[in-house]
Ligand binder design. Structure first.
Ligand code: AMP
Length: 876
């Protein structure tokens, strides 16, 4: 009993010290709404303890500002079977759907209390009970629902008290979906020595915000941790909707993905998220204009909020002139005449104005088709008194006006003059076309027309030949094989986007959840319902606000790349949204996310055949890409997506990622970022990226898959990895990995890229393995998870003996067509193969030098593998 009293005394004194330093309420973030804060309660908390005696006890202490704080403490560490309950009073739920409970507490570690083994505990339990009113205060504990068992965790604040260190823990738990008007919380102690220093219950909201001139109200977050609440915004004062403004309120109280916008009315401009009136002397005429502008020369505005400026006395602006045009004094251009009229061109000339208002700086010719709206005019400027008008439509009447500009601004436009491109009749007003000229023109036109036809024919033929076959010719591909087109080779990359990606209307898209963060913005899941098609789940990549034009093109380039592919193992593009903000890329939805995470989550759960199926899918997608001459450069499990049927699809075709945004990217000596662990040596050293370097990366993906998402080369540094590869070391077989698969990995990691298998061969090999599952039985034995210090000199230690016959070995290195050559030449055992030379192979009828190299390097590696086996492990 004396010991017990001592413990409680020690505990109480510790609490005082702790609270004095740490209990002050924190400033509440704008996205939290408090439902209960024990630190701000005046007077007793008066929560219900049971048993009423000997269990939880309310203790008042002072914080550093000498304000009282209520705490609850219990410390029955010496008595078995403790069951002490403490319930809060009824807490009104308000608008909350999910509540957060932040508990600050101290907990004595049982080792520091003598004689309590077996009875002392280091956790407590947190419960809740929903009810519509405060009438269940004394209801039986069994009706409460457990939220969690709470233990002191690693993150705590240390407080020095005398010669002891005490830890103030902060734990947050959350619970939803709440539906009743309120709830109680309860703390169950089962024999620990605890002080609840404070309990803070709150919910989250997205606070009132203004985006794109639309105001979004305070919005309580959804009940689910991943749900998004769609909110419609309303335009701020003096603005109007351009496109329906919407935003999503995320579970953590952050606004996401603003869509649509409002624009300030004419006479107002956007400043500090508001529409502010244009000052006197300024104007803004259209809501689509930028900010308020100073009145143009010789004009003024007397009131705030002007939509245009009036001309000074004696100065004028024509009605059709835009508001930005300066006002000018009158001056007159005389008669305008035309000559040299053809089907598409004519020349205009005119006299100098009689009374120019200063030195004439230039003339402006305005013209439009007579039958069209005057608003769709074109302008030509010239310093001389004549100009050629080109690109006219044949047999069409045009109206022309000319005006002069001096230092004082533009004069009035001349009266309209009408000319027609009809070469036969030439019904011109004021025109001077002779019949001889006319004849010549007709003859000329016929010749020109013929020439144009011939040239167009030749160019079209050449062009189609060029665009279809240039790359194909170089690579000698069969007709019918499509070649990937790099969107950056387009003069205008927007053209590539239009060509390869379908524009989708935002009204067809419903965003539901944020599922990831991409390089350019959030990645969400949602639904797409295109007219006449069934609704499907999609992934929506968004481009965050404030992007530059280059970033927009980089972001969309991924769509121009994916849009060229059509294969079950390549992520499928549904389309893009480019016409309104945010810009989005819509692809099929892959329920199981990225392959690396998926494997880590499911460690050890798949059969070898399932894993080989995964590898086969990826190889098939890569074969398709290499057939199209596309080099991925960043093939890695993190860039493969998995759907609900375990189908794997190659993804991540962003153009900038290879150099800048690859999470694994490291700068090489030649600059530029490269994911070292996945990249072939020649690509690291001299940037030789080819389908063969993709094959190397594929070998690494095989290793990632067979090791369930282990990091290639574990915690070795990039530099060590490069060095080890250079010295001939390769990753060993992952635990329980069939040797045939590891052998294939080693093939993918051949130093000479010509010796690596092609993706088509890899697909065939995997198909064979799937058809003959017995070949997958042989593994590297019971080896435990490998470690860098066991990196193997290729081939791995374990692989050599299991190769068995020369036939098996040839099969594994993909050269089984030479079986006969070997047996006829009398090479029956592996040992006899090892000392062979190029000459030996040539004599046997193996003349292909790539095959010779492959056979000899594999034999060489077999030899060194045998030596290593004898000499034990090879250090890195
Ligand atoms: P990314 O910008 O492509 O790297 O995408 C970022 C993250 O979003 C990925 O790691 C995935 O977790 C997720 N993600 C991207 N695209 C999809 C998709 N089509 N289906 C499911 N999740 C995706």
């Amino acid at each position: 009993m004396a010991l017990m009293a001592g413990i409680i005394y020690a505990l109480a004194s510790l609490f005082l010290g702790i609270c004095a330093g740490l209990s002050a309420p924190r400033n509440l973030p704008a996205n939290e709404v408090t439902l209960l804060d024990s630190r701000s309660v005046q007077g007793d908390l008066a929560w219900v303890a049971s048993p009423t005696e000997g269990g939880w006890e309310e203790v008042s202490i002072m914080d550093e500002k000498n304000s009282p704080i209520r705490t609850y403490q219990v410390c029955n560490v010496m008595e078995p079977n403790q069951n002490n309950w403490l319930r809060t009073h009824w807490i009104r739920r308000g608008a909350a759907q999910r509540i957060y409970i932040e508990i600050k507490f101290t907990l004595r570690d049982c080792n520091s209390l003598p004689g309590v083994i077996g009875t002392c505990k280091e956790t407590f339990n947190l419960y809740y009970l929903e009810s519509d009113s405060d009438n269940e205060r004394y209801t039986h504990e069994s009706r409460f629902t457990k939220i969690d068992t709470v233990a002191a965790d690693e993150s705590f604040t240390q407080v020095d008290i005398g010669d002891r260190i005490m830890k103030l823990n902060t734990e947050i738990r959350d619970v939803g979906v709440l539906s009743r008007a309120g709830f109680y919380l309860a703390f169950q102690d089962v024999g620990a020595c605890i002080a609840l220093v404070s309990v803070h219950v709150f919910y989250k909201k997205c606070p009132l915000a203004v985006r794109n001139l639309a105001q979004f109200p305070d919005t309580v977050t959804g009940a689910d941790m991943s749900s998004l609440v769609e909110v419609r915004g309303s335009c701020v004062n003096q603005s109007e909707e351009q496109e329906v403004p919407k935003m999503y309120c995320g579970a953590d109280g952050e606004w996401l993905v603003p869509i649509g916008n409002c624009l300030c009315n004419p006479g107002y401009e956007e400043r500090n998220e508001q529409c502010q009136v244009c000052k006197v002397g300024f104007y803004r005429s259209l809501s689509s204009d930028g900010g308020c502008r100073k009145c143009p020369l010789h004009s003024y505005s007397m009131k705030e909020g002007a939509t245009s400026c009036d001309c000074d006395k004696g100065y004028y602006r024509s009605e059709t002139d835009p508001a930005a045009m300066p006002c000018t004094p009158p001056s007159t251009v005389m008669m305008v005449q035309s000559k040299d009229i053809t089907r598409h061109t004519l020349s205009l000339f005119w006299d100098k104005p009689e009374k120019p208002n200063g030195v004439i700086l230039e003339y402006e010719v305005k013209y439009y088709e007579k039958d069209q709206n005057e608003r769709s005019y074109r302008i030509v400027k010239t310093t001389s008194r004549s100009t050629d008008i080109t690109d006219l439509t044949p047999l069409t009447s045009y109206v022309f006006h000319v005006r002069a500009r001096t230092a004082a601004g533009y004069g009035e436009f001349s009266a309209p003059f009408e000319f027609s491109t009809n070469t036969v009749a030439a019904p011109v007003v004021g025109g001077v076309v002779s019949s001889a000229v006319l004849l010549l023109l007709v003859a000329g036109c016929v010749v020109v027309l013929l020439l144009i036809l011939i040239i167009t024919f030749i160019i079209t033929k050449r062009r189609s030949k060029y665009s279809k076959t240039k790359q194909a010719e170089e690579k000698n591909l069969q007709p019918g094989v499509r070649i990937y087109v790099d969107p950056y080779t387009y003069e205008d990359p927007n053209q590539a986007i239009r060509e390869f990606a379908k524009e989708i209307n935002t009204s067809c898209i419903k965003i539901e959840k944020v599922i990831g963060i991409g390089e350019f913005g959030e990645v969400c899941s949602g639904r797409l319902k295109l007219p006449g098609k069934r609704e499907i789940c999609v992934a929506i990549k968004t481009l965050k606000a404030g992007f530059t034009e280059q970033q927009r093109l980089d972001f969309l380039s991924e769509a121009s790349v994916i849009g060229q592919f059509d294969h079950p193992n390549i992520i499928h593009l549904e389309g893009v949204v480019t016409k309104c903000k945010p810009v989005m890329i819509i692809t099929e939805y892959m329920e199981n996310g990225s392959l690396d995470m998926f494997l880590r989550k499911n460690d050890g759960r798949f059969t070898v055949i399932q894993l080989v199926g995964i590898l086969r899918g990826i190889a098939s997608g890569m074969k398709y890409l290499s057939d199209m001459s596309y080099v991925h450069r960043d093939l890695a499990a993190r860039n493969i997506l998995v759907n609900s049927n375990l189908v794997c699809k190659v993804s991540d075709f962003g153009m900038s990622r290879v150099l800048e945004d690859e999470p694994e990217g490291a700068y090489t000596t030649r600059g530029g970022k490269i994911p070292i662990r996945w990249t072939a040596p020649e690509a690291i050293t001299y940037r030789k990226f080819t389908s063969a370097s993709d094959v190397w990366s594929y070998g690494i993906v095989m290793w990632e898959v067979m090791s369930y998402g282990e990091r290639p080369y574990w915690d070795m540094s990039n530099q060590d990895v490069i060095k080890a590869i250079e010295e001939g070391y390769r990753l060993p077989p992952p635990m329980e990995c069939p040797l045939a698969l590891h052998q294939l990995m080693l093939e993918c990691w051949m130093r000479e890229r010509a010796d690596r298998p092609k993706f088509s061969q890899i697909v065939n090999m995997l198909d064979k393995l799937i058809r003959n599952p017995a070949t997958l039985k042989r593994t590297a034995g019971d080896a435990s998870r490998p470690h860098p210090s066991t990196l193997h000199h290729a081939p791995s230690e374990g692989s050599a003996p299991s190769l068995g016959s020369v036939d098996d070995w040839l099969k594994i290195i993909g050269l089984e067509q030479y079986r006969e050559n070997f047996s006829t030449a009398g090479f029956c055992s592996l040992e006899s193969v090892l000392p062979m030379s190029h000459e030996d192979l040539a004599k046997m009828g193996i003349s292909c030098s790539a095959h010779q190299r492959k056979i000899l390097s594999s034999a060489q590696e077999l030899l060194s593998g045998m030596h290593h086996r004898q000499d034990t492990k090879v250090p890195v």
